[in-house]
Design a protein around this ligand. Structure first.
Ligand code: ADP
Length: 543
């Protein structure tokens, strides 16, 4: 593919660039708007989850710390009364149970052996339990002793059924927490898991969020999950920490109905963007198509015109050289015919002389034709040389009148020279070509005249610096329907009688081209059976 073709193809596709940019723009804007809308929706949804989660977290923290506070009260009393009796313990525990609604039982283990339990009923088996000897509880119990602070463990399965969190508090006599010798034992309490969840609001049917909690034994984000579906932690949940007396739980929440996938405006946005694409881009594509089509036409036209011009020039060049070749022998024929006519010895008969006259008339006509064709071909092949100089149109017109005067003799046609000699007649023209023009117009005015007709020559200058010379005849005229064919090549207009007159149909074509090459103008007006006026205008010579 040539470079030119590539650039033409490229130019053709360029017409779609605005449409493509518009389409892309709308597409990008559409994506951006949808994304923005989605982000807004997600942000709204997250905010609402955060709000609900904060309430739950506050509830749970409140319940746990409230309960633990009550147990701490008991621990403070034991620290002061290390030798308390079962009865005294039961009294104190009963008070705690009045307020600690989520507590299931409470036990005290001096020297890590359970001695007191409240309520005793149903928990008898716990009495006498030595934490040091119990595999399940030894580690946690010793940790509480060693850490010297309250630790919430669990949830664990309870022997009595159900699940519970165990809050263990170390008791130091006289409250001397840092003194290992003052260690009295442990107070442990069981928080009912179901009650905690229920009272904390986790089971509220109105709840719009779904919850999961991890961090069993207060181990925070790394601990075992003990509440809710495990998938929640991998569903981009909102996370929060529930702070416990020692350690924490991590709570995760997502909307019960899941995160919103599609914005409610999405459909409308799609509709708007599709409409925008249709309303904006489709017309642009149509315009692009039209432009492309136009460009194709122009290119085709240019190519056709170029090849036509090339062919015409080649033809003209051929004609120019051919006409030249024809003229030389023809001139010889005419020359010898003339010689025969001039034969002073009168050896030729009258018939022979008539024949010679016919040879001369026909030959001259042929010469005229060849001359016209040669001129036309030269003009079309850009070979015509025009020699512009300041000339007297007056002299030239007089010369032309003299040369054509006799042509009208047969039909008694008179040439009237109305040119006012006072008019400035100096023009800028090629004298030979100007003469050719006037001769052609004069001979047409005589040729297409009627018997006893006249041909009038007039001249005047125009305001824009031209000399106008007009030739008016009283001949057959030209019908309006033929006006536009008058200056066309090989066009002989009108009816049969005209065709009978000598001529080639290229005289006016050549005339017009000659006038044009001298920067002049030509025109006519005519009326059938009244006559025609042909005029030319040539630039006045600058004075
Ligand atoms: P030709 O005279 O050789 O036929 P032209 O090109 O000079 O060719 O003229 C073209 C045609 O215009 C003529 O054949 C004729 O029909 C018409 N025409 C030209 N001059 C006149 C005129 N003065 N009156 C009427 N018809 C004219």
């Amino acid at each position: 593919m040539s470079r030119q073709m590539i650039s033409r193809n490229l130019r053709q596709w360029m017409v779609y660039v605005p449409a493509a940019i518009a389409a892309l723009g709308i597409f990008v804007f559409g994506l951006y708007s949808l994304n923005l809308d989605q982000q807004k929706l997600e942000a709204r949804s997250r905010t609402s989850v955060v709000n609900s989660l904060n309430i739950l977290r506050a509830n749970l923290e409140g319940i746990i710390s409230g309960n633990m506070q009550l147990v701490r009260g008991l621990v403070a009393i034991i620290a002061l009364e290390p030798n308390l009796s079962q009865k005294r313990f039961a009294e104190l525990a009963a008070q705690i149970f009045r307020d600690g609604k989520q507590l299931r039982n409470i036990a005290a283990a001096p020297d890590l052996v359970v001695r007191f339990v409240y309520p005793l009923a149903g928990n008898e088996k716990a009495v006498g339990l030595d934490y040091r000897l119990n595999d399940a509880q030894r580690k946690s119990a010793l940790k509480v002793r060693d850490e010297g602070r309250l630790i919430i463990a669990g949830p664990v399965d309870l022997v009595q059924g159900g699940q519970g969190f165990i809050g263990r508090v170390p008791v130091f006599k006289g409250g001397r927490t840092n003194d290992p010798d003052a260690f009295w034992g442990l107070v442990s309490t069981v928080i009912d898991v179901d009650k905690l969840y229920q009272d904390g609001g986790l089971r509220d049917p109105q709840l719009t969020i779904e919850i999961a909690i991890r961090g069993a034994d207060s181990t925070g984000a790394n601990g075992r999950q003990f509440y809710g579906r495990p998938e929640i932690f991998s569903s981009e949940p909102v996370l929060a920490n529930i702070t416990l007396p020692y350690g924490s739980w991590q709570i995760a929440a997502i909307p019960k109905i899941g995160w919103p996938k599609h914005s409610e405006n999405e459909l409308w946005l799609y509709v708007v963007f599709v409409l925008a694409e249709i309303l904006l881009v489709v017309p642009m594509i149509i315009i692009g198509n039209l432009l492309k089509e136009r460009q194709t036409h122009i290119t085709r036209l240019e190519t056709t015109q170029r090849s036509a011009e090339k062919a015409n020039k080649a033809k003209s060049e051929f004609l120019a050289s051919m006409s030249h070749e024809l003229r030389t022998p023809l001139n010889a024929v005419l020359g010898f015919a003339q010689l025969l006519q001039l034969d002073t010895k009168a050896t030729l008969t009258k018939t022979q002389l008539d024949y010679i006259e016919s040879i001369r008339t026909g030959g001259n006509h042929l010469l005229d034709l060849i001359n016209d064709v040669l001129d036309l071909a030269k003009i079309e092949a850009d070979q015509l040389e025009i020699d512009l100089k300041t000339v007297s149109a007056c002299d030239i017109s007089e010369e032309c009148i003299a040369m054509t005067m006799h042509l009208g003799d047969a039909n008694n046609i008179k040439i009237i020279d109305n040119i006012n000699r006072d008019v400035a007649m100096e023009v800028r023209a090629d004298p030979l070509r100007l003469k050719q023009v006037l001769l052609n117009l004069l001979s047409n005015a005589i040729k297409f005249n009627r018997i006893n007709g006249t041909v009038c020559l007039d001249a005047h200058t125009t305001k824009d610096g031209f000399l106008n010379i007009s030739i008016t005849d009283t001949g057959i005229g030209i019908a309006p329907k033929d006006y536009e064919r008058v200056f066309q090549k090989f066009q002989r207009v009108g009816a049969d009688p005209m065709i009978a007159r000598e001529g080639t149909g290229i005289g006016l074509t050549v005339t017009k081209l000659l006038i044009k090459s001298m920067s002049g103008r030509i025109g006519f007006n005519s009326k059938v059976d009244v006559g025609s006026t042909f005029w030319i205008e040539v630039p006045l010579a600058k004075t």
